[in-house]
Design a protein around this ligand. Structure first.
Ligand code: PLP
Length: 372
């Protein structure tokens, strides 16, 4: 088998389109020069529709977790009562970050195979009027669950808690309507549905969150949002940014804009449905119910999943992701986000059915979804 054509089917980082990768080879420029000052704010403006916001998008050089830390370090003062909605590995990351900044912790746990229940959130908030901030994950990559962020935002009712959302593996693959849904902070990253290399995080604060952050006493420097705002006035970043990720993002956004955001979302739904139909057709159990299923990643129960993954990587060069936390070795996850097409889902299913010697069954079921 030819070994040098990687077939990455993991929930990020995702394959980068050639047009985008080529941008990474551009000559280096001065990040305080005219070209950057023109292109940097412009690309952030083009990102705003993906967030569903008219607020300023900020870019932080660092991975998605750096974006999450910008949110926490600008909001959580020592002793701030926070509620983390945890149904997987990345929900836990919010909790870990809040603990690191000395929050007074409240954690609502949800099973690691389903979504956050907005009713439980509403009940908890009624019992705890003191909670100031709530943290959740839109697309929990570890369980392949898409949480209903809009309903959780509504579940606050008259409660004043700010809602902070990790949209790292959601943004650009599934709708996010920050302003319309009343989200207060949204965080994302470059290496998932945005089809660009890792190394940049994006953060948006609502005016209410920004006002709240003025009262935050947490110690912060690189992550201090105020620095990013000050430098944004001159169309610059406070520190040397990941310049080439800006070029890459321009190209990736051109591709997304040419396809049309609604069509991008529809493609992700189609890939989700194909993947699920194919897995079911060969008798595999999906980790989550249809109503909770992520459009960008699918989790499939599989005994001894890690040896299966190693086998297909060696045999075909196809790479699936493993399970995390309680799902380690019990599931594998197939990423179908960003630069991914229905054909990529068919090839993922082809290696699955070949390994299981159920030739044609999964791909045929997926084809039927495609044709429906
Ligand atoms: C939902 C979610 N949140 C946060 C992260 C953390 O991002 P990073 O690894 O870029 O720090 C990831 C990464 O996989 C993720 O999927």
């Amino acid at each position: 088998m030819y070994r040098f054509k990687p077939e990455l089917r993991i929930p990020g980082p995702v394959p980068v389109p050639n047009e985008v990768a080529l941008q990474m080879a551009k000559p280096m420029i001065n990040h305080r020069g005219a070209y950057f000052k023109e292109h940097y704010p412009a690309v952030l403006k083009r990102l705003a529709p993906l967030f569903g916001t008219t607020n300023q998008v900020h870019m932080i050089t660092g991975s998605g977790t750096a974006g999450m830390e910008v949110a926490v370090s600008n909001l959580v003062s020592p002793g701030t009562p926070v509620l983390c909605l945890v149904g997987g590995f990345f929900g836990n990351r919010w909790a870990d970050l809040c603990k690191a900044y000395g929050a007074k912790m409240h954690i609502l746990e949800f099973p690691w195979d389903g979504g956050v229940d907005p009713e439980q959130v509403a009940t908890y908030l009624k019992q705890h009027p003191e909670i100031e901030l709530m943290f959740m994950v839109q697309n929990e990559s570890s369980t392949a669950v898409l949480n209903d962020v809009e309903s959780v935002a509504k579940a606050r009712g008259n409660h004043s808690a700010l809602l902070v959302v990790d949209a790292v593996s959601a943004l650009g693959g599934t709708p996010c309507q920050m302003d319309a849904w009343g989200l207060d902070v949204v965080v994302s990253a470059s290496q998932k549905c945005l089809m660009t290399p890792p190394g940049t995080a994006f953060v948006v604060f609502s005016p209410r969150a920004r006002e709240y952050s003025d009262r935050c006493t947490a110690s912060r420097y690189y992550m201090d949002l105020r620095r990013y705002e000050q430098y944004m006035e001159k169309s610059e970043t406070p520190f040397t940014p990941n310049i080439h990720n800006v070029f890459a993002l321009e190209e990736a956004l051109s591709m997304i804009e040419a396809e049309g955001l609604e069509n991008v979302f529809a493609r992700h739904i189609l890939m989700r449905d194909m993947m699920r139909a194919g897995a079911r057709a060969v008798g595999l159990e999906l980790l989550v119910k249809d109503e909770d299923a992520s459009p960008t990643v699918t989790g499939i129960r599989f005994p001894n999943a890690d040896s299966f993954r190693a086998r297909i990587k060696k045999q075909y060069g196809v790479e699936f992701a493993g399970g995390q936390g309680i799902h380690a070795n019990n599931i594998f996850r197939v990423g179908h986000m960003g630069y991914a097409t229905p054909l990529d889902v068919l090839t993922a299913l082809a290696v699955l059915e070949m390994d299981m010697k159920k030739y044609g069954q999964a791909t045929q079921a997926a084809e039927q979804v495609m044709e429906a």
